[in-house]
Design a protein around this ligand. Structure first.
Ligand code: ATP
Length: 313
């Protein structure tokens, strides 16, 4: 039982000339929630589908519950739940009938009625899949993924497009799975989702891991000094700060500017750094309004690592 739930080493996946995954390495613990975060096209779905045994890798090594997802697919099937990004249920299948059928394939499933209730699907129990709303389709796919009490479940963007109530119900279910000892691998674009649910976050960009750790560890010690004022000479402020500092200058609609000052060396952003910023403001005759030292969020860290610009993949 001490093997990882999922172990991915130097994974490579190509589609023709596109390298979707290029040397990706991470591992996911049993009984923990691991979130894969990354911009569109980062390679999350490709990685998940290889772990699910739906796609073959072009290089590297993947182990799921200690087994090979393709060669050992039969042994893994009853132990692993899968919620794909879309589909997975025949369009004509009625919600409750399909979930009952999925439950019948497992030795000791969760009662389908309990899942239907928990995920707010009772009112559409007799509705064919194609007539469900997008959010209802997702919730039915989630129910199908977990009904067999899997040891490991893959959830590819489980809350994309869900309303706040459905998102909360999904988060509660993921937390309950974790408490029951299930390993959950989820891909998401929601930073709050990763921060609230994940024990371990893997930030992926251009097919490789750019950072990983517990959400608190990823933001640990990362701070920035923020203030607003009339426009200042930000390059002069930068020159007064230690090497590795950065000053972001954002104009606001009322003609004032929001300044965000930070440094690459997290340990350097202490009382002296703040004093240097305020001393410079004093010398330049600048009244720094709303001055504060802010802890950086996972979203700040994510954008810093993966960039702010939209990409043409
Ligand atoms: N079947 C395919 N054929 C060709 N290219 C593909 C295929 N599937 C994915 N790709 C490409 O591989 C890259 C990675 O895609 P992937 O879906 O794995 O990323 P992702 O991180 O899941 O993205 P998103 O957040 O948008 O779902 C993208 O450039 C995508 O266009």
């Amino acid at each position: 039982m001490d093997t990882a739930a999922v172990e991915v080493v130097d994974l490579v996946k190509r589609y023709g000339a596109t390298t979707a995954v290029s040397g990706l390495t991470f591992s996911a613990r049993r009984g923990a929630v691991t979130a894969l975060l990354g911009p569109n096209g980062a390679g999350k779905t490709s990685t998940i589908e290889i772990c699910e045994g739906f796609r073959r890798a072009d290089g590297g090594r993947v182990r799921v519950l200690g087994l090979d997802p393709v060669a050992d697919a039969t042994a893994l099937k009853p132990r692993v739940g899968v919620m794909p990004q879309s589909g997975g249920v025949p369009t004509g299948a009625r919600a409750a009938e399909w979930l009952n059928l999925m439950a019948s394939f497992h030795a000791s499933p969760i009662a389908p009625a309990v899942l239907m209730e928990r995920l707010g699907l009772n009112s559409v129990a007799a509705t064919p899949f194609r007539r469900l709303s997008g959010g209802q389709q997702q919730r039915l796919s989630l129910a199908c993924a977990v009904v067999g009490r899997p040891e490991l479940v893959f959830l590819d963007e489980p809350t994309a497009g869900l309303d706040p109530q459905a998102r909360m119900a999904t988060w509660d279910l993921v937390s309950a799975l974790r408490e029951a000892g299930v390993a959950v691998i989820l891909s998401t674009h929601h930073m709050e989702e990763a921060e609230r649910l994940a024990d371990h976050v893997v930030i992926i960009d251009r097919g490789a891991v750019v950072a990983e750790g517990a959400p608190a560890a990823l933001t640990e010690g990362r701070r920035e000094v923020c203030f607003s004022s009339t426009p200042v000479d930000s390059s002069a402020l930068l020159a007064a700060l230690p090497e590795g500092s950065r000053v972001a200058d954002g104009a606001t609609t009322d003609g004032r500017h929001e300044y965000v000052v930070t440094t690459d060396d997290a340990a350097a952003l202490g009382p002296e750094f703040l004093a240097t910023v305020t001393a410079w403001c004093a010398s330049a005759g600048v009244l720094a309004e709303d001055l504060r030292v802010r802890r950086r969020t996972l979203e700040d860290v994510f954008l810093e690592l993966t960039g702010r610009e939209l990409r043409d993949q």
